[in-house]
Design a binder for this molecule. Structure first.
Ligand code: FPP
Length: 243
């Protein structure tokens, strides 16, 4: 099975369930996020090994600011910790790190760390690791609409020039392959304002496993399920697109 199966080029993951994982152990939710970071490490390494081209992880949504300030601080501290600790090793492993989202709301210190990490790894040719931080699918569509509107008001393009392709080109991740597979852990069946425009034709896979318990075997199961799907992209079965 492993040798014949098709590896999706772009996998996006909603890493849900850290809080419940911690609560089940009578621990603080922040402990669950820390355990979640360990899973991130393992899954990034495994995705690179499988030759997934792009892995996109939903780390901090634009709605997460609504959580208690202690949890928001814990999540942001963890992000800073992870950037500090992991960037060198990501770079050594030829991973290109890219942050998607409105980073302007973060402290100058964190913004500088993000810029430094992106610059350091930008020429790497291995796995692209997108971390969605202060990201929202609606925000992404809105920022794209604003860019396109500017192009029209500046007289660079006309209304008729606004095609799906042009619109896509100003969305986050336009330079990467389309999202093939979205995985959500934690047992909820929704998208929660993660990628919206970009997942029009993606396969969706949901598992009850809480993110800290997610592992290589479960990632394999998601890929096997992806392989069992027939992707038609709104048309009829097409062998070229059967992966
Ligand atoms: C959802 O679980 C998870 C998050 C809001 C944050 C995800 C963060 C990590 C996995 C660790 C940090 C990652 C990086 C890349 C620095 P939840 O808190 O909603 O869990 P619940 O549904 O059980 O309450």
């Amino acid at each position: 099975m492993t040798q014949e199966r098709c590896i999706p080029s772009h996998v996006a993951i909603i890493m849900d369930g850290n809080g419940r994982w911690a609560q089940q152990r009578s621990q603080l939710r922040a402990i669950g996020h820390r355990a979640g970071l360990k899973t991130v490490r393992k899954i990034v390494a495994y995705a690179a090994e499988l030759k997934v081209k792009v892995l996109t992880l939903y780390a901090f949504s634009s709605e997460n600011w609504k959580r208690p300030s202690s949890e928001v601080s814990a999540l942001i501290s963890l992000f800073i910790y992870a950037l500090n600790r992991e960037v060198k090793s990501l770079n050594k492993n030829n991973v290109r790190l890219n942050i998607i989202g409105d980073i302007s709301r973060f402290s100058d210190h964190l913004q500088n760390m993000i810029i430094h990490a992106q610059n350091l790894t930008k020429h790497n040719s291995g796995l692209v690791l997108n971390i969605a931080a202060n990201y929202g699918g609606r925000w992404d569509i809105l920022q794209s609409a604003k860019k396109i509107t500017m192009q029209v008001t500046d007289g660079k393009i006309t209304l008729d020039d606004i095609t799906e392709d042009r619109f896509s080109s100003t969305m986050c991740m336009s330079e990467f392959p389309e999202v093939d597979l979205v995985i959500r852990t934690g047992g909820e069946y929704r998208i929660s304002n993660f990628l919206l425009w970009q997942i029009a034709y993606s396969e969706l896979y949901f598992t009850n496993t809480l993110w800290p318990d997610f592992n290589q075997t479960l990632f394999d199961e998601a890929i096997d399920a992806f392989n069992a799907r027939e992707r038609r992209f709104g048309g009829i079965h097409n062998k070229e697109h059967s992966c």
